[in-house]
Design a protein around this ligand. Structure first.
Ligand SMILES: Nc1ncnc2c1ncn2[C@@H]1O[C@H](COP(=O)(O)OP(=O)(O)OP(=O)(O)O)[C@@H](O)[C@H]1O
Ligand code: SF4
Ligand SMILES: [Mg+2]
Length: 326
C-alpha cells in the first residue's frame, strides 16, 4: 500500500456570481508515493503545486472545496475531521514552507518552537521535549556552540532559520515530509546546503519526501519520481531519470529547454515557453497547454487529453506526445 495515495483530487472555488459554475483550481490530480520514496512536483507559478501540498495537510484556505481522495496509510484525509488532522500534522506528515520567517514565531526561542511538537505528539515532559529539540537542532546543522538554541529567529540568517523550520518539521519523525519550494528564498550556496540537509534527513530517517519546486534541477537532485503540473493538472509523471532523459509532454520539454544551464552562449536569451499559464477561470475547453504548444491541432483545442503512457510508470496527458526514448 502506498504511503500517500491521491486520487482524482479536485479543488474548486465558487464561481464569481451566484449562477456561475465553480472554478477548478486543481483538476483531477492523482499521485502516489511509497513509504521512504521521493516524489518531485514541478511546474510554473500558478499550476497548483502549493494547493496540492496544502490539501494533503488539510490546510486549504477557507472557501476552497476539495473532492476525490487523499489517503495517508490508507486513511482518507479529506474525510478526516480537524481533530484527527491536528493529530496527524507534525506526527505523520509535516511541511516545510518557502519563507522561513513567516513560518516561525518571532517572540519564542527556537528551542521552544522545536519542542512544541514533541511535547504534544510524543507526550514528552517540558524538559525532555527541550532536550529532544536541542538534539534535533544539532542534527539539522545548528551546532549549539555557534547557534544557541535559546536564540530568537531574528538573530539567525535565512539559511539558519530554514534549518529551524526543518527541525520543527522533522522533530516527531513524520513518515512524509512535504517541502514547498524550501530553498527559493535563499541564496544559491545556502540553497545547495539546505537541499543536502533535506536529502540527508530523508535518507537517514527513512522519511518519504514530496519536493515541490519550479526548478527542475532541484527535482532532479532530490526526487526519484516526478510529476509535472500544468494548469491544475498532472500532465506527465514517471521516474525522474526517465522523464528528464525523454520528456514526452511538450510542456515538460519546454520547461527543460528553459533551464538556465541549457542556454547557449552567455548572454543568449533562454528559449522560454511562449505565453502564460491560463488562469483557472479562463482555461480552454481542450488541452490547457494548447495556446502555447507548437503541436496543437483542432482536436487538442476541443478534447482534453487523458493520461496515457508507454507503460504505467511513465504517463503523459497529450494527444500528440513526443517520441518515447528507447
Ligand atoms: N485561496 C485562493 N482563492 C482563489 N484562488 C486561489 C487560491 N489559492 C490559490 N489559488 C489559485 O490556484 C492556482 C494554483 O495556485 P498554487 O498556489 O497552488 O500555485 P503554485 O503552483 O504553488 O504556484 P507558485 O509556484 O507561484 O507557488 C493559481 O491560479 C492561484 O491563483
Ligand atoms: S494535447 Fe495537443 S496542445 Fe496539448 S500538449 Fe499535447 S500536442 Fe500540445
Ligand atoms: Mg506555490
Amino acid at each position: 500500500m502506498a504511503l500517500l495515495d491521491i486520487q482524482d483530487l479536485t479543488v474548486t472555488i465558487p464561481g464569481s456570481t451566484r449562477y456561475a459554475p465553480p472554478v477548478r483550481l486543481l483538476d483531477g490530480v492523482s499521485l502516489t508515493l511509497a513509504s521512504g520514496g521521493t516524489l518531485g512536483l514541478v511546474g510554473e507559478s500558478g499550476c497548483g503545486k502549493s494547493l496540492t501540498a496544502l490539501a494533503i495537510l488539510g490546510l486549504l484556505p477557507d472557501g476552497l472545496r476539495a473532492e476525490g481522495a487523499i489517503r495517508l496509510d490508507g486513511e482518507d484525509l479529506l474525510t478526516a475531521g480537524e481533530r484527527r488532522l491536528c493529530a496527524l500534522r507534525g506526527r505523520r506528515v509535516a511541511m516545510i514552507f518557502q519563507e522561513p520567517m513567516t513560518a516561525l514565531n518571532p517572540v519564542r526561542t527556537i528551542v521552544d518552537q522545536v519542542a512544541e511538537g514533541p511535547r504534544r505528539h510524543l507526550r514528552l515532559s517540558r524538559r525532555a521535549a527541550r532536550e529532544h529539540a536541542r538534539a534535533v537542532l544539532h542534527r539539522v546543522g545548528l551546532d549549539p556552540s555557534r547557534v544557541s538554541p535559546d536564540q530568537y529567529p531574528h538573530a539567525l540568517s535565512g539559511g539558519q532559520r530554514q534549518r529551524v523550520v526543518i527541525a520543527i518539521a522533522v522533530a516527531c519523525g513524520p513518515a512524509l515530509l512535504v517541502a514547498d519550494e524550501p530553498t527559493t528564498a535563499l541564496d544559491v550556496a545556502t540553497q545547495a546546503r539546505i537541499l543536502d540537509l533535506v536529502r540527508d534527513l530523508v535518507q537517514g530517517e527513512g522519511m518519504a519526501l514530496l519536493m515541490i519546486s519550479h526548478d527542475l534541477g532541484v527535482i532532479a537532485e532530490t526526487a526519484r519520481d516526478m510529476a509535472v503540473m500544468y494548469a491544475g493538472q498532472v500532465v506527465e509523471a514517471g521516474p525522474t531519470a526517465r522523464v528528464l532523459a525523454g520528456p514526452r509532454h511538450p510542456y515538460t520539454s519546454g520547461l527543460m529547454a528553459a533551464r538556465p544551464q541549457r542556454a547557449g552562449q552567455p548572454g543568449a536569451p533562454l528559449p522560454a515557453i511562449p505565453g502564460a499559464v491560463p488562469p483557472p477561470d479562463a482555461r480552454p475547453p481542450g488541452c490547457p497547454f494548447a495556446d502555447r504548444c507548437a503541436r496543437a491541432d483542432t482536436g487538442c483545442r476541443t478534447r482534453p487529453p487523458l493520461g496515457t503512457g508507454p507503460d504505467h510508470r511513465h504517463s503523459v496527458a497529450c494527444h500528440h506526445p513526443l517520441e518515447a526514448s528507447p
